[in-house]
Ligand binder design. Structure first.
Ligand code: PLP
Length: 410
């Protein structure tokens, strides 16, 4: 790992090293400014340009960019036909949005415990949770590691289910050479500042299915066709689907844009997509830097008697959104809280990812969940700590993390 001369310098010297942080450089700023000076600051050509670039990076046929990762999950679930009374299956170790988006559709959430080695959903346990009401399996590429997608896709085929992968952590990761984004029926990304690339807020759904892509585009913008990408209003007026049955005859000329389904304003702006395009060019460098930091950590910690690390199954590469360690509390005198506080006091902005979703008060009260329901997820949660990992970290920052962890554990 070498330190890039264009590396933005942060945090300020002496400040706490955060667990994650965006990389914004002069090229990113220039890209946003040039869109600001142009004709379209939203719904112009830059959204489509970003989507096309995303297809090129992931190998997916279609990309639909939206206002957040949560919006991406919400419309992906709706496009898959998720409705009140249906069920989705997901893992408890994720950000709450994976489950919340199903509740926003009126559907119920069934959790399946994690594989303690990969920290992703236990693919072997999913079949037992499938009921006649199940519509969607929503696995999470935890910390950036692709989940067992091939196995989950095979299971989905037998039960006629849709797989929507939450890939908020895993842009840039691969599974047997294939990039995340072209492995499931739909794949959802987030561009929050701590994620692989950022648009401020933003998200995106990839799919190879043209019918799903069409539904996603409608849901993104009020259920009205067209959006502006590739469409003119005149073209819309002659579009057979939108103009086939005008509500009032005579309305079809010029301005006619019919609403065909109930949708949202989940649009992303051209300003954000200008940043996204500029960031996407740096994705290989971002992933390489995250990987170099992760390799340094793995080399330092993999034999440590008090630590357990996430397994990387053969054939996979991680996007390294997070680097989580697990403390072997049974062998230690210190508690996780003591280790966490000591790392914070030594200047590391460590975090805990995540409170298992079934233990949030909302899910406890809705489903009566309690401690003990998903023991492997809880075992992980009780021992985990996320260490700082982001592309703008220097060699010295990464070494400071290693030294601090080793000294706190001693
Ligand atoms: C960040 C994240 C989301 C939500 O993305 P937003 O862009 O913040 O809405 C969903 N799932 C996971 C696993 C995430 O990490």
């Amino acid at each position: 790992m070498t330190d890039d001369p264009k590396r933005p310098v942060y945090p300020a010297p002496g400040a706490q090293l955060p667990y994650g942080r965006q990389w914004i450089d002069d090229e990113d700023i220039a890209a946003v400014v040039s869109v600001l000076k142009g004709d379209f600051i939203t719904q112009g050509p830059t959204v489509a340009a970003f989507e096309n670039a995303f297809c090129a990076v992931t190998g997916a046929r279609h990309a639909v960019a939206v206002s957040s990762g949560t919006a991406a999950l919400h419309i992906a679930y709706l496009a898959a036909g998720l409705k009140p009374g249906d069920e989705i299956i997901t893992a408890p170790i994720t950000f709450a949005a994976t489950a919340n988006a199903a509740r926003l559709c009126g559907a119920e959430v069934k959790f399946v415990d994690i594989d303690p080695r990969t920290l992703c959903i236990d693919a072997k346990a999913i079949a037992r949770a499938v009921t006649p009401k199940t519509r969607i399996i929503a696995p999470v590429d935890f910390a950036g590691l692709p989940c067992a997608t091939a196995e989950i896709m095979a299971l989905a085929k037998t039960h006629n289910l849709t797989v929507v992968t939450d890939a908020a952590h895993s842009l840039g990761a691969t599974d047997h050479g294939k990039p995340v984004g072209a492995l499931a029926h739909m794949t959802c990304f987030s561009f929050h500042p701590v994620k692989s690339i950022t648009t401020g807020e933003g998200g995106l759904v990839t799919t190879d299915d043209g019918t799903l892509a069409e539904k996603l585009r409608l849901l993104r913008s009020h259920g009205i066709k067209p959006g502006r990408e590739g469409y003119t209003i005149a073209a819309a007026a002659t579009d057979t689907e939108t103009a086939a049955q005008p509500a009032e005859s005579g309305d079809a000329a010029g301005w006619y844009m019919e609403m065909t389904t109930l949708g949202f304003n989940y649009r992303i702006t051209d300003l954000q997509c200008a940043l996204g395009l500029s960031q996407l060019k740096k994705l290989p460098m971002f992933v390489a830097r995250r990987t170099a930091i992760a390799e340094r950590y793995r080399a330092a910690f993999h034999n440590h008697p008090l630590l357990t690390l996430q397994d990387l199954p053969p054939g996979t590469t991680s996007g390294w959104h997070l680097f989580t360690i697990q403390l072997r509390l049974e062998e230690m005198k210190k508690t996780r809280r003591q280790v966490y506080d000591a790392l914070k006091a030594a200047g590391l902005g460590v975090q805990i990812h995540y409170i298992p979703v079934h233990l949030h008060p909302y899910y406890r009260s809705r489903y009566g969940h309690k401690r003990g329901d998903f023991p492997l997820a809880e075992h992980y949660y009780d021992r985990c700590i996320s260490l700082p990992i982001f592309p703008a970290m220097t060699e010295a920052d990464a070494q400071k993390v290693v030294d601090t962890v080793l000294s706190v554990l001693n």
